[in-house]
Structure formats: structure tokens, C-alpha cells
Design a protein around this ligand. Structure first.
Ligand code: GRF
Length: 230
């Protein structure tokens, strides 16, 4: 059975595109709905161009009911947040617990929480003097950037980095990690246990599987596949 994924995105939607491209190759899951709180988001325009169902989530009303109806109308199994800036209502989190994930452009639990998005995240990393950053993919709970961490990938921070160069390096790793993890969650190979632990992530315990996000994309993708078992 092909798992049906909804992607929520507020911005340009590059992670959405990376996920879509990966699923087209990997199979077993597909993006069936793109929703955004911003009518002008690049993610919605991209979905419309491809004939993927798309919808704007208006603010102010009963967000939880709107979202749950939208997800049920498209028979969604799994929801992936890719640059979605609004807090997902608790009712939706409860309904999709263990099937709702998010990608964040830094190593949580540092550099996350309300207001920590976009360039602000990378600025905070640079200001902290941290020498390593990288994407985090985590299950979503009721608190911003707080749910159980599924996977992270190390990306070096160089002395001469700016928020632009660091963001680009982290984004490259996001585009490789997020689709792989979303695919594993959608296919039930990574799950959230009743007591809030992640089961199934990092199939390999070989530290050599973890490469810094510097090599070629295919080399990096191979090391992710080896670490995640995907
Ligand atoms: C990404 O950096 C993601 O980690 C964060 O928001 C950004 C979205 O970028 N949550 P895009 O819209 O996928 O290009």
C-alpha cells in the first residue's frame, strides 16, 4: 500500500520538492496534499503546477477542525512539516501522533523553539561559536521543536561562515535527510513508542556511517542510507 503524505510548508518549499523527488524514485509513499498558512507560498504554487492537491489554511478559525477535515478528505496517513511556521493544533498532534514530523535546520534541542526559524537559527548558531550544526528531523508534539528526535546529521560550521553559507550547507543535508526519514516513518519502519521513544531509527551502529555533510551528495546519501537502514 502506498502511504499518503501531506506536506505543510509556509515558504519556498525546497524540502517539499526534495521529498517529492525522492518518493518518486523510492516508491511506497507519495505526496498527496500540500497545505500552507500562506497563500503566496512557493510550496503551494509548486504543488498547483504539478496537479497535487493544495490548500491554504486560513488563520483565526477553528484550525484543528479545518486541518483534520483536510487530512481526512485526502486520506492522509502521515504529515511532514517542511518550513511550516505555525504551531500545529494539539488536536491534530493527538490524531497524528507518531505520524507527524518536522525538519529543523539546527541540532535540537539547541537553537529551536518559538521564533527560531530561517536565518535567525543560523545567526544564533554562529553567535554561539558552535563548530557543528545540521538538520534535525523529529516527531511533532504540542510544543515548538520539542518532539522526539528521529535523526540528525552533522554539518561543520566554518570560521568564515555567514548565515547564508551555513544555511546552504545545512539545507543540502536537509534535502537528503528529510526525505529518507519521512519515507521510513511513512512506511512504518520508524515509529514512536507509547512512552515517547523513537524505535527503528539508526539501523546501523557503525560510527563510520556518519559523514560530515561535505562530500558529494551521492556519497552523503549512501552514508545516510547505511546509517538509517533505508
Ligand atoms: C528549512 O530550513 C527547514 O529546516 C525549516 O524551514 C526551512 C524551509 O525551507 N523548518 P524550504 O521551504 O523547504 O525551502
Amino acid at each position: 500500500m502506498t502511504a499518503r503524505i501531506a506536506v505543510f510548508a509556509s515558504g519556498r518549499g525546497s524540502n517539499l520538492q526534495a521529498l517529492h523527488a525522492y518518493l518518486e524514485r523510492a516508491g511506497g509513499a507519495e505526496v498527496v496534499l500540500v497545505a500552507s498558512d500562506r497563500a503566496s507560498s512557493g510550496a503551494l504554487a509548486w504543488a498547483r503546477d504539478r496537479g497535487i492537491a493544495s490548500s491554504t489554511i486560513e488563520s483565526g478559525g477553528d484550525d484543528a477542525t479545518t486541518i483534520l477535515e483536510l487530512l481526512s478528505a485526502s486520506r492522509v496517513d502521515c504529515v511532514a512539516l517542511a518550513g511550516y511556521l505555525r504551531l500545529v493544533p494539539a488536536e491534530v498532534v493527538r490524531a497524528y501522533r507518531g505520524r507527524l514530523l518536522n525538519v529543523h535546520p539546527a541540532l535540537l534541542p539547541a537553537f529551536g523553539g518559538p521564533g527560531m526559524y530561517g536565518a535567525r537559527v543560523h545567526r544564533a548558531v554562529l553567535a554561539s561559536g558552535a563548530r557543528v550544526s545540521g538538520p534535525t528531523v523529529h516527531f511533532v508534539d504540542e510544543i515548538y521543536d520539542h518532539g522526539a528526535i528521529i535523526a540528525q546529521w552533522p554539518v561543520p560550521v566554518f570560521r568564515d561562515d555567514t548565515e547564508v553559507t551555513l544555511a546552504a550547507r545545512v539545507l543540502r543535508a536537509e534535502h537528503l535527510l528529510f526525505p529518507r526519514v519521512a519515507h521510513l516513518v511513512a512506511s512504518g519502519r520508524i515509529t514512536l513508542t507509547g512512552d515517547g521513544r523513537v524505535s527503528g531509527a539508526y539501523a546501523s551502529r557503525d560510527p563510520a556511517a556518519f559523514l560530515f555533510a561535505i562530500p558529494e551528495d551521492d556519497v552523503l546519501a549512501e552514508s545516510m542510507a547505511s546509517a538509517l537502514g533505508g
